[in-house]
Design a protein around this ligand. Sequence first.
Ligand code: TXE
Length: 481
Amino acid sequence: MTRVLNYINGQFQPALSGATIENIDPATGRVYGSLPQSNERDIEQAYDAAIQAFGSWRETTLEQRSAILYRIADLIEENLEELAQAESRDSGKPLLLAKTVDIPRASSNFRFFAHALTQFSSEAHESVGKNSINFTLRHPIGVVGCISPWNLPLYLFTWKIAPALAAGNTVVAKPSELTPVTAFLLAGLCQKAGLPAGVLNIVNGTGPSAGQAIVAHPKIKAISFTGGTATGAKIAGVAAPMFKKLSLELGGKNPNIIFSDCDYDRMLETTLKSSFANQGQICLCGSRIFVERPIYEKFKIDFVRRVSELRVGPPSEEVDLGAVISKDHKQKILGYIALAQKEGGNILTGGQETKLEQHPEGYYLQPTVIEVKDHLCRVNQEEIFGPVVTLMPFDNEEEVIEMANSVTYGLSASLWTSNLDRSMRFGQRLESGIVWVNTWLNRDLRTPFGGVKSSGVGREGGFEALRFFTEPKNICISYTP
Ligand code: TXE
């Protein structure tokens, strides 16, 4: 049994109430551990530790702060095997994915911000002719809250914590109650790296209990959240009237637009990944595939054949798809597959649960491709967040831009074409925070990351994140010449 504890003021401890939640292994459907079910009392204690630690953390020199963050990055790398095993077990994702994507990226997040903090600088504006000069300082905000989801647990947890700490804040953070283990292991590594007690506090529990208490805490002044759009709206409803700074990275329903002039083989390989990586549970997955009419039938045959060859199985083995996160989530996805059929969609492959003999209670689903007739049908509009993609042909640029932009979401879009002018036209007109041309999930951590419309507010990444986690203060000095 894996017993996760809170990490507050440098100490590992259960929830003050003693309450716990069961942690379920998605691969088997069995309970394999527990975590604290924290409430506002635990958050208060974490806040007290964080505010206590803030005074000295904000005064650490940039070199000292950077060195500690580099040490955390190194320790994540040194413990890659253990962290990857834990991540795969906790979330159901293939072990290989955890080893090659999740954990290396968690280390990169710390390494990146360890360096970035030494390059971040304030601005000065000389008011020429007015004998005045303005300095814009960027001070840490104080105690900030970071709340992360279950799909890329340590990857997204560290994507928030690293810049928050780099900017000189102290943190009260909550991983998803469905995937708490790697954040718990990270706490041990931070301790080992010499991060002072109280600088990072990790509190576990459900959203309505521990998450809500972070968001509603009157002195936690900024909230960085990644998760579902409905949860994001709830959080904004609580935080906005308190004038907190908010960064919300929410859902997506991303188009993958394929033109006949693309590099077909490269497109096909990448489209398999952009459709089904992590069982389709990545906010950047391209869940709506639009294919230009001349290659539509060929693509349909090739893609369906390749998808039906994908291996679904226990995440610890060499598989393409592991288990989805929970029983509820599995039911939600199956509900959408049923709805697709009701709406006249044609299931080209998949559509069922995968029952594994060794783990009949695990949450496995076949990768599913649905041909839809209408881009406005619900399965083409709502985020399913599972191994399900829709497929539709298109005839011209205008039509596909209209279809691509027809959803309430706007996180990312992929375009496959060898026409440079077209890639610029689409880059200009697609309503999304990120546009990839002839690639997918190609990330440079310096670039702004986030969405428009219902996909969120604000940007993460690079100096954008350091700006979010600091408060600008302008000092204007008038001098006698
Ligand atoms: O996520 P939640 P859920 C989408 C995806 C999925 C849907 C719902 O479509 O099916 O969201 O997933 C915490 N105050 N994405 O319900 O609830 C919660 O404890 C404060 C997209 O599992 O948004 C967890 O730590 N916190 C997404 C975190 O929010 C609250 C990734 C995310 O959980 C809270 C995940 C509250 N009131 C799901 N309620 C992406 N953008 O990558 C919950 N939480």
